[in-house]
Design a protein around this ligand. Structure first.
Ligand SMILES: Nc1nc(=O)c2c([nH]1)NC[C@@H]1CN(c3ccc(C(=O)N[C@@H](CCC(=O)O)C(=O)O)cc3)CN21
Ligand SMILES: CC(C)C(=O)C(=O)O
Ligand SMILES: [Mg+2]
Length: 264
């Protein structure tokens, strides 16, 4: 596999080849995952939960994200490296630019931020200044206390319409990738067809342009409550590399996610 760029991900959407993304937080796993064929590696602020043991992502700092981004970047030569801007690190355009610069200097190729049309100006500025941006809609974990828990989003008609409008606004502002988390499968399908950029789902059914999973979930290591949209690929495979290769091919061939991993 040659170097993955945003242009390559767009070409994959047009060719109906599914994109496989997975989180990683260090050089060792990032390297194994890219060898296993993952197209993109996400340094997710989920590290607050899976590495730090917190019950939300809210305490994660830009410095912590930069440290893990540096670690991942050392282990990767091919995958697209996407880093989350953490909670309250992009409250205004200047703050977003400063913090995005820190993550890009740490080795990210793209930054991800959670939210809808209120981010239009921020996305416009970031992209103008050379920072590729990934959006994140649906269940945005940084808003867990607004939602009252990690709950499915977009079930009601008005809520679904808002997510759709936000997706269009973010695309118009310049995002090159969108993560759609925990929404009904038909809504995710509709948004994936509506947008020209690739849409990566998690708990969003099989009809998106790709999938993302938290690595601890994909390897069956998550303690406590395991979200229904995850699958332990290590259960049926002899090594971490084989497990993630299976994830990549199951996504490519439409075997993952199945109905048991999706909300209808
Ligand atoms: N291990 C792990 N996996 C993740 O996917 C993940 C994290 N951590 N931390 C950051 C966020 C939080 N996420 C979560 C966490 C829990 C649910 C969850 O419990 N979902 C319920 C849906 C409940 C409903 O029906 O509304 C589920 O059954 O999956 C969803 C997303 C996704 N991200
Ligand atoms: C669950 C994914 C999409 C994420 O944002 C993270 O790992 O932080
Ligand atoms: Mg995140």
């Amino acid at each position: 596999m040659s170097k993955v760029t945003t242009a390559r991900l767009l070409a994959m959407k047009l060719d109906q080849q599914k994109i496989a993304m997975i989180t990683a937080y260090d050089a060792t796993f990032a390297n194994v995952f890219e060898q296993a064929g993952a197209h993109a590696i996400l340094i997710g602020d989920s590290l607050g939960m899976v590495l730090q043991g917190e019950d939300s992502t809210l305490k994660v700092t830009v410095e912590e994200m930069a440290y893990h981004t540096r670690c991942v970047a050392k282990g990767c030569t091919k995958a697209l490296i996407v880093a989350d801007l953490p909670f309250m690190s992009y409250s205004n355009t200047d703050q977003a630019c400063t913090n995005a610069a820190t993550l890009m200097r740490a080795g990210a190729h793209m930054v991800k931020l959670e939210g809808g049309d209120w981010l239009v100006e921020t996305i416009t500025q970031l992209t103008r200044q050379g920072v590729p941006v990934c959006g994140h809609l649906g269940l945005t974990p940084q808003s867990v206390h607004v939602f009252g828990g990690f709950k499915l989003q977009g079930r009601e008609r008005a809520q679904a319409e808002k997510i759709k409008q936000d997706a269009k606004a973010l695309q118009a502002a310049g995002i090159q990738l969108l993560v759609l988390e925990c929404v009904p499968s038909p809504l995710a399908k509709e948004i994936s067809e509506l947008l020209s950029i690739p849409v990566i789902g998690i708990g969003a059914g099989p009809n998106t342009d790709g999938q993302v999973l938290v690595m601890q979930d994909a390897l069956g290591l998550t303690t406590g409550y395991v979200p229904k949209f995850t699958k332990n690929f290590l259960a049926e495979h002899p090594s971490v590399k084989a497990a993630i290769s299976a994830y990549v091919t199951d996504v490519a061939e439409g075997r993952f996610p199945g109905p048991e991993h999706s909300f209808n």
